[in-house]
Write a protein that binds this ligand. Structure first.
Ligand SMILES: Cc1ncc(COP(=O)(O)O)c(C=O)c1O
Length: 454
């Protein structure tokens, strides 16, 4: 490929000579070279060739307040000068982490007033696994170890995170899942609902939780973990019947419920948390991404008061990370949440831009390649099919990847999960930018259809 900017080739050579990229085929990337993103503002990215790209994925679902907010840079710089690092181990603390824990308690659902900080969402879920088992051990029920999760859920890439996740292509590498983690089917009606109506399928999928609890024995089950809406699995919005039935089952059995809010948290659904959107009443919530709008790494686990009361009786919790509650990350998170609140970004998304995005996206349903458009808040998915009526795919043709490439080449980032195109733009996207996103998406659907039929 020829480049307008000679530096592009230089950076690609650095990549090929020295960098091992996440979720990439190393050899293929060496041959092709990565696209180099050099700067960003608002909802737009620029690559090293000068192309402007509308970021329909907010980075990796994280850049809630958009790119280029100087206030976050200033908060980081102030904190670095004041106290660049100290830890929260061994009975010390620092103001940013403490102030942030109070602010998080203020916005979290009622009764969730404590936070354990981590460096990422994966570490949040590792923390969860150890905390759940520690909790039951303190209560004198050490056998309640097993965590039930869902096929095609995503909970991170550490050993516990990838085990909790239900991605078979991840399990295949590294002998996962680790013992004590089991998976039940996902509530993905479009892909797996067969002849059932969405509502019937939602009940069926929820009932799998009860069957699994009974199969394992409730005395052996510690927790159920789920994303309110599966993100990386393909923006899977469960049928309306699903969460109410899951809540009934959880109320019946004595197990903890963990909502993985790493994607849904901090406004993605048009509410502060996916748990608010579905009224989930979780015992623990994993957070990351939108907590700092991705400007610096930070994650955590928000814990319900009743659970904390038990943990308080358990002596030392022998767990923590060098960067748990890092002061610079905490200062950036505080500034990010201040902006989300004071600029009423989530409220504006809830009232204006989310309904507008959902309406405009659904207009794509008339496209011959589109089998379903779904979404909630500023999350959306477009299913690519060969036959709308039977939901049959273009098997083995890589329709999603073809579409993704057309998007990239036409100035739009949409991600492909198999043949499902997904979007999650920054929460600050305007109506005009939504129009641009949908216009570009339609053009790329046209190009994809021609390529598949050509
Ligand atoms: C729902 C969910 N949980 C956990 C994670 C892992 O977070 P991280 O990549 O920060 O470790 C992700 C990342 O995409 C996620 O989507």
């Amino acid at each position: 490929m020829t480049h307008k900017n000679p530096q592009t080739r230089e950076w690609q050579t650095l990549s090929s000579d020295h960098h091992l990229a996440p979720f990439s085929d190393f050899k293929q990337l060496k041959e092709k070279g990565p696209r180099i993103i050099t700067h960003a503002k608002g909802v737009y990215l620029w690559d090293s060739e000068g192309n402007q790209i509308l970021d329909g994925m907010a980075g990796l679902w994280c850049v809630a307040i958009g790119y280029g907010r100087d206030e976050l840079a200033e908060a980081a710089s102030r904190q670095m000068r004041e106290l660049p690092y100290y830890n929260l181990f061994f009975q010390t603390a620092h103001p940013p982490a403490l102030e942030l824990s109070k602010v998080i308690a203020d916005i979290a659902p009622e009764g969730m007033n404590h936070v354990f900080f981590t460096g990422s969402g994966s570490e949040g879920n590792d923390t969860m696994l150890r905390m759940v088992r520690h909790y039951w051990a303190i209560k004198g029920q050490p056998n309640k170890k097993t965590i039930i999760s869902r096929v095609n859920g995503y909970h991170g890439s550490t050993v516990a995170g990838a085990s909790l996740g239900g991605m078979t292509f991840m399990h295949e590498q590294g002998d996962l899942p680790i013992p004590g983690i089991v998976h039940i089917p996902q509530p993905y009606w479009f892909g797996e609902g067969g002849d059932m109506s969405p509502e019937e399928f939602g009940i069926w999928a929820a009932n799998q939780l009860e069957e699994k609890i009974l199969e394992l024995g409730v005395d052996n089950v510690g927790a159920f973990i789920a994303e309110p809406i599966q993100g990386a699995g393909g923006v899977i919005v469960p049928p309306d019947s699903y969460w109410p039935r899951i809540k009934e089952i959880l109320a019946k059995y004595d197990i903890l419920f963990v909502a993985d809010e790493v994607i849904c948290g901090f406004g993605r659904t048009g509410e502060w948390f996916g748990s608010d959107f579905y009224d989930l009443k979780a015992d623990m919530m994993t957070i990351a991404k939108g907590l700092t709008s991705g400007y610096v790494p930070m994650g955590g686990l928000i814990v319900r008061d009743e659970v904390v009361a038990v943990l308080n009786e358990g002596g030392d919790f022998n767990h923590g990370f060098t960067y748990s509650g890092h002061p610079v990350a905490a200062a950036v998170a505080l500034e990010n949440i201040r902006i989300l609140r004071e600029e009423k970004i989530i409220q504006h998304a809830h009232e204006k831009t989310a309904p507008y995005l959902q309406k405009r996206l659904r207009e794509l349903s008339d496209h011959p390649l589109v089998g379903e458009v779904r979404g909630v808040g500023l999350l959306g998915a477009i299913e690519l099919v060969k036959d709308k009526a039977t939901r049959a795919r273009y098997e083995g043709r890589g329709a999603g990847m073809i579409c993704r490439q057309f998007c990239f080449d036409n100035g739009l980032i949409m991600r492909a999960v198999g043949d499902t195109m997904i979007i999650a733009p920054p929460l600050v996207i305007s109506e005009a930018e939504i129009d641009e996103l949908v216009t570009k998406a339609r053009k790329c659907l046209d190009l994809t259809l021609s390529a598949l039929q050509g």
